[in-house]
Design a protein. Structure first.
Length: 269
């Protein structure tokens, strides 16, 4: 039996999703919790391997199990085994053909910025702090140069192992809500550090260090050294993953849950 699960997590204390031999990871914790419910070892595959410090409102993963459990039993049982900063949102049986990564049709990330003169205390691990006033309208205008299918070499990490730098951004926006500035990007897939590098470029535009048209130049150069700094991990959230309707997965749960009271839920919804 193959099952898909939705996972919410605060990535602050973990070295990313992927299991590693010497450090704690989201994958290791989820795999251990699900194995305790299944009463046998399981292997877990996710939709997108988030980096150290990156959060998720709804990561999607799948695993195979021989144990017969209800959806409620999988969720409640796993959550009793998971630490407080990781939680299963739902569990659903899926066909054997389902693959959390390869069956996904789109992924959405959101990058959250606190933009005010005073550094944040409550949001310090959940958002990137920028004290310079940001022009979110200029950032949004500049971001539209990235829409469509392009070679995103300028926005990929030097450690990226993808065979091709070509990705298709379906939509991207930058908007302000009070002291929060939110970058939202939806694409068919992402390169390593792609969203954080996009955020870093747009921030240069936002603080007035570069004009909006510079983003188009950076994209065309296909040179990572042209794109500036990588924005910090703590502002990044895997927001949702889209699948074909036939799988009947409740991706909208991510929108409904929001974040903790440390950050107003309306900022991310």
């Amino acid at each position: 039996m193959r099952l898909a699960v939705g996972v919410e997590y605060d990535g602050t204390a973990y070295a990313g999703w992927q299991s590693q031999p010497t450090v704690d990871s989201i994958e290791s914790q989820v795999r251990r919790a699900l194995a305790a419910v299944a009463d046998h070892a399981v292997e877990v595959t996710c939709a997108g391997r988030t980096d150290a410090g990156v959060h998720a409102l709804c990561q999607v993963a799948h695993f195979d199990a021989s144990a017969a459990r209800s959806e409620r039993a999988w969720v409640l049982g796993a959550n009793t085994q998971l630490p407080p900063d990781i939680a299963l949102l739902w569990a659903r049986p899926v066909p054997q053909s389902f693959h959390a990564r390869y069956s996904a049709t789109a992924r959405s990330y959101r990058y959250l910025i606190v933009n005010r003169p005073m550094r944040p205390a409550l949001a310090r691990l959940r958002a990137h702090f920028v004290h310079h006033p940001l022009d979110e309208q200029a950032m949004n205008f500049a971001a539209q140069f990235l829409v469509g299918e392009h070679d995103f070499t300028s926005f990929r990490s030097s450690e990226c192992q993808s065979r091709t730098p070509v990705r298709r951004i379906e939509r991207i926006s930058v908007a302000r809500q009070s002291e929060f500035v939110l970058i939202e990007v939806t694409a068919n897939a992402f390169l390593h550090h792609m969203v954080r590098n996009i955020a870093g470029v747009l921030l240069r535009v936002g603080i007035g260090e570069a004009p909006p048209g510079w983003v188009r130049e950076v994209l065309g150069e296909r040179d990572r050294t042209r794109a500036g700094v990588t924005a910090p991990a703590q502002g990044l959230y895997l927001h949702s993953v889209a699948y074909a309707p036939q799988f009947e997965l409740p991706a909208a749960v991510a929108v409904e849950t929001g974040l903790s009271s440390m950050i107003p839920p309306h900022v991310l919804v």
